[in-house]
Design a protein around this ligand. Structure first.
Ligand code: AMP
Length: 285
């Protein structure tokens, strides 16, 4: 029987969230120190702990079947991988930034400039698309320091909160791509491996749905129920349970967390009381 080989970053930003995601999918992984390969005891998968930048190649070669990596890395590696699901963590963007006091006045400013980056491939394609040529300085870390030490006029690097740019006196000017962690897949899986992947995806989607939704309960007078139900964007139709107090009901439904903040005041205005918002662990649609 085949086992799905799942590549995960050995160390670095994605490591903890990747392991957490597998745990939430109830795929048991013993994180033995320095282990490169771990068999899950309760799911037909092996976890391979690999260097981040090696994962796209291993995926293309079929050494790993699926991997949890950033979209930025897939773009830079230019490997032909399937993105089966976006995982909602490690969100960032690949941007061009310049010193705060620079004369930057649009893309053409970049023509002939020195740009420091760890993403030469993505940057080169971006520049080519805009008919620009620049002098790329490829460095593997601490890219933001390059303008300060006179190595470059601009940088092209990942930005998350923007703190690192700020601390180095840089300003973000152009966004080349937006990225988050994804489940990347080798395009030539056997039917048996596809079936295991489908099971994994089913679990991942249940976890992701649960994260963005909340279970909500509220009490309302019966004569306001119609209006309140109209405001609630539920999964199907809310559950109504009569309260012991006559003339009142309890309304239960599932809503997206961000929608909740939009409608909370409207619900209160319509007479909803005792509103409870409860996290959901798994949600299968
Ligand atoms: P921040 O200060 O939060 O904007 O983070 C920027 C620094 O963290 C830069 O040095 C980036 O190279 C790195 N970084 C930000 N987001 C990511 C990510 N999703 N994956 C890898 N490195 C990142």
């Amino acid at each position: 029987m085949e086992r799905l080989r799942i590549a995960v970053q050995k160390s670095g930003r994605l490591f903890e969230d990747s392991i957490q995601m597998l745990k939430e999918c109830n795929i048991q992984v013993d994180e033995g120190k320095d282990l490169l390969r771990v068999q899950s005891k309760n799911f037909p998968a092996d976890i391979l702990f690999l260097r981040n930048s090696d994962i796209p190649q291993y995926l293309e070669d079929g050494v790993a079947h699926v991997g949890i990596i950033g979209e930025n890395l897939i773009a830079e590696s230019a490997k032909d991988l399937e993105i089966a699901e976006k995982l909602g963590f490690s969100k960032c963007r690949l941007s061009i930034a310049v010193p705060k006091n620079s004369t930057y006045d649009g893309l053409s400013w970049l023509q002939g400039r020195r740009i420091a980056t760890s993403y030469p491939h993505t940057l080169q394609s971006f520049l080519a698309k805009h008919n620009l040529q620049a002098d790329l300085h490829v460095i593997s870390g601490s890219v933001e320091i390059a303008p300060n030490i006179g190595l470059a006029d601009a940088i092209c690097d990942l930005v998350s909160s923007g703190n690192t740019l700020f601390q180095n006196g840089l300003e973000e000017k152009e966004i080349l791509l937006k990225s988050e962690a994804v489940l990347a897949v080798n395009r030539h899986l056997t039917t048996e491996l596809r079936a295991i992947l489908d099971k994994l995806l089913f679990r991942i989607r249940a976890v992701l749905n649960a994260k963005s939704n909340k279970y909500i309960l509220l009490n309302a007078p019966n004569d306001k129920l119609d209006e309140i139900i109209r405001i609630l964007p539920g999964m199907k139709s809310p559950t109504l349970v009569p309260l012991a107090l006559s003339g009142w009901s309890s309304v239960h439904t599932v809503i997206q967390e961000d929608k909740f903040w939009e409608i909370i005041h409207e619900l209160k205005d319509k007479g909803a009381q005792g509103i409870l918002v409860i996290p959901i662990e798994k949600m299968v649609l």
